[in-house]
Design a protein around this ligand. Structure first.
Ligand code: HEC
Length: 650
């Protein structure tokens, strides 16, 4: 451990008067109204000017803490509502950001109340705050009547409860305003620890600058740097110490860096720490996070600005920004970008460049020649014209919203046209560097296609804008092998209930079943070469495994994802392509949890969940990327296959 917490220290150091007041918690502490808070230009602000006539809310915030930022909008709303009732809000930032930085951030997050920095932690100590965010309600006399969570949105850091059922801060305020006792006077704050002492170790066995920083640079900073998708930065010693316990916990448990396959063949770009790196981190934390010497530090890591693969042959840009609101569920947007191509092209690389990497969690890329995507976009844009979003509008922009896919399937007539009407062009997630397909292969992008991209937006507590661009790189040499899809379909329970909808034949997952096993298989009817695997499920999936069984040998695991996470799905490229013989069978087997205890459960109480495209549907597919070994066999745009739903091969 390299930090100690919550030990009520340092009163003398701050040099302010001691004033013993009895808190609701029964411990004598210095009163907050004795702490001198400095406003703009370092001028002391008197507590009486900050306190509300009837009550005051003191809330500890940190702009480095994703949970704290996520509460900006609810706090701003509360402050607004209660201002009319004689309540004032005061923000305290136990950080060393400058007053100007704090003011800038407060403006970005639209926080309507004053926020003071508390670099000596005098105010933090006075109220015994341990985390950000943490809220306190003081009555007119300055006595603390409530301390803790704002509401019960979280059960643990980053673990959200399905619903908010307790409004602790609001209830406490209402009680104080009504001169009634506060029912719940204290809750344990959930969020980021306020670091009180950097108990800096002195051992030189493992140091930050020499041993730990290189790991953070190579394994974490691609996402954990300002403006990127990681919820906090890991660029400085102080940041690393701040997050030290979590860095250890998340790396040892292999939750970070995010890399989901737990078994199978070797994949390109594996983001997994090796034992040596894990040991270094663990030892560093155990030794008290020693800094070491700055001269041992490697040079800063350079990250490429601009197109990683150089100038693309075709750059597609949405016509306007997408505007994402500060709070609510994640938003899934389908952007439709006409390519205006007059001839067929082979795409050998796709580079996705998020306009605002903080909020772009991943994208799935397709092309569409059916015009369906355009139609859906036109419908949504027409609705927007009818009901304009207004100056405070959020979640609007180009494209249309679609929770789980691109919102449509090609019709049977489309499929008979001989060329793929709709096709996948890979995906992008943070940390994946764009790369070229294997030599001699390419995705066919038919003339006149629209590039259709589903973007998963992730909110960060403030209003954000994004304009994600796509760069397409076309084959310069003839492409002999078209990258094609081989789909391993899964199937749920198919007895008893009548089939419904397009995927009706693929069944349903019974309500309440916490360990539902689904399976499916397909047999390749021609020789091919396998390059990539992409397992796909929705929110209730727990684990998924794809195996392949050649006609004359035993099953081999291609990929095993032990803990499925909808947020981190990727197309995994095999380090060594595999030759697949005609008659090879591919099995997919997955476990789903459709019980109340699944934190991703969307229905309360759980309902039978059918195969389908909506958030409240599930899917099970293995998408394989392969090329035909014999170009004349079967349909040109798909590997010929025969789905089977008999007993799984394991
Ligand atoms: C590919 C991008 C990426 C890389 C690389 C990455 N992270 Fe993360 N990290 C994220 C995202 C995004 C989150 C937020 C949770 C999520 O979306 O899964 C996160 C969350 C975390 C959390 C949890 C934060 C909390 O509030 O509980 C920790 C700790 C963490 N990362 C540490 C690390 C460390 C240490 C490394 C390097 C060894 C690393 N991450 C590498 C993207 C990344």
């Amino acid at each position: 451990m390299c930090q100690t917490r919550a030990s009520g220290r340092g009163l003398a150091a701050a040099g302010f008067a001691l004033f013993a007041a009895t808190l609701a918690f029964g411990e004598p502490k210095t009163s907050i109204n004795q702490v001198s808070l400095k406003g703009d230009a370092g001028k002391a602000v008197a507590w009486k000017d900050l306190a509300g006539d009837k009550a005051t809310v003191v809330v500890f915030l940190s702009f480095d803490c994703p949970i704290s930022n996520g509460y900006a909008t609810p706090l701003a709303e509360l402050a607004d509502v209660y201002a009319k009732k004689g309540v004032k809000f005061v923000g305290i930032c136990p950080c060393d950001d400058s007053a100007a930085d704090i003011a800038k951030k407060a403006k970005e997050f639209k926080l309507p109340f004053p926020i003071f920095r508390d670099e000596t932690l005098a105010a933090t100590d006075a109220l015994g705050a341990t985390h950000t965010p943490q809220s306190f309600v003081l009555n007119a006399k300055g006595e603390v009547r409530y301390g803790g969570q704002i509401d019960d949105a979280y059960s643990k850091r980053l673990v959200r409860n399905k619903e908010v059922t307790q409004q602790y801060l609001k209830d406490a305020l209402d009680a104080v305003l009504a001169n009634k006792p506060v029912k719940v006077a204290k809750t344990d704050a959930i969020g980021c620890h306020i670091v009180r002492d950097l108990r800096r170790g002195t051992s030189s066995e493992v140091t930050y600058y020499r041993d730990v920083l290189p790991i953070l640079q190579n394994r974490c900073q691609s996402c954990h740097r300002p403006g990127e998708v990681g919820p906090f930065s890991l660029m400085t010693y102080k940041q690393a110490v701040n997050w030290a316990d979590d860095i250890k916990e998340y790396t040892v448990s292999h939750k970070m860096p995010p890399w989901k396959p737990t078994g199978g063949v070797a994949f390109e770009g594996e983001r997994r720490l090796n034992d040596k790196e894990l040991n270094t981190i663990s030892k560093w934390v155990a030794n008290g996070c020693p800094a070491g010497e700055t001269q041992d530090a490697p040079p800063d890591k350079k990250f490429v600005d601009g197109w990683y693969l150089g100038k693309p042959d075709l750059i597609l840009t949405p016509s306007e920004d997408f505007v994402l609101g500060p709070t609510g569920r994640d938003h899934f947007r389908v952007l439709v970008m006409p390519t205006h191509l007059t001839e067929d092209k082979y795409v050998v690389a796709v580079e996705v460049r998020p306009g605002n990497p903080r909020i772009v969690h991943h994208s799935l890329n397709f092309f569409d020649t059916t015009g369906n995507a355009r139609k859906l976009e036109a419908e949504e844009q027409a609705k927007r014209k009818e009901h304009p979003p207004g100056p405070d509008g959020v979640d609007y922009g180009p494209g249309f919203s679609s929770s789980m896919g691109i919102g449509f399937r090609p019709s049977a007539a489309d499929l008979l046209k001989g060329k793929a009407p709709v096709g996948a062009l890979g995906g992008w997630a943070p940390g994946i560097l764009p790369k070229y397909l294997p030599e001699g292969t390419g995705y066919l992008l038919p003339a006149g296609s629209d590039f259709v991209m589903q973007v998963h937006y992730h909110r960060d507590g403030k209003l954000e804008r994004d304009r994600t661009q796509v760069g397409l790189y076309f084959a310069k040499k003839p492409v002999e092998k078209q990258m094609l899809g081989l789909v391993v379909p899964g199937r749920f329970k198919t007895d008893a209930k009548p089939a419904q909808g397009r995927f009706g034949g693929l069944g349903y997952i019974p309500a309440g079943d916490s360990h539902f096993i689904a399976h499916g298989a397909t047999i390749a009817l021609e020789d091919c070469t396998l390059y990539a695997v992409t397992p796909h499920m929705h929110l209730l999936g727990k684990s998924v495994k794809i195996t392949m069984t050649p006609p004359d040998s035993k099953p081999q695991t291609l990929i095993d994802v032990g803990e499925w996470d909808y947020n981190w799905q990727e197309q995994y490229f095999l380090k060594e392509p595999i030759k697949v013989k005609q008659g090879t069978r591919f099995d997919i087997e997955a476990v789903f949890d459709n019980s109340v205890s699944n934190p991703n459960q969307h229905s309360n109480p759980p309902i039978d969940v059918r195969f389908g495209e909506q958030t409240t549907n599930e899917m099970l597919f293995g998408f394989l990327g392969a090329t035909k070994d014999n170009s004349k066999s079967g349909l040109s745009w798909v590997i010929t296959q025969r789905p089977v739903f008999d007993a799984p091969r394991r």
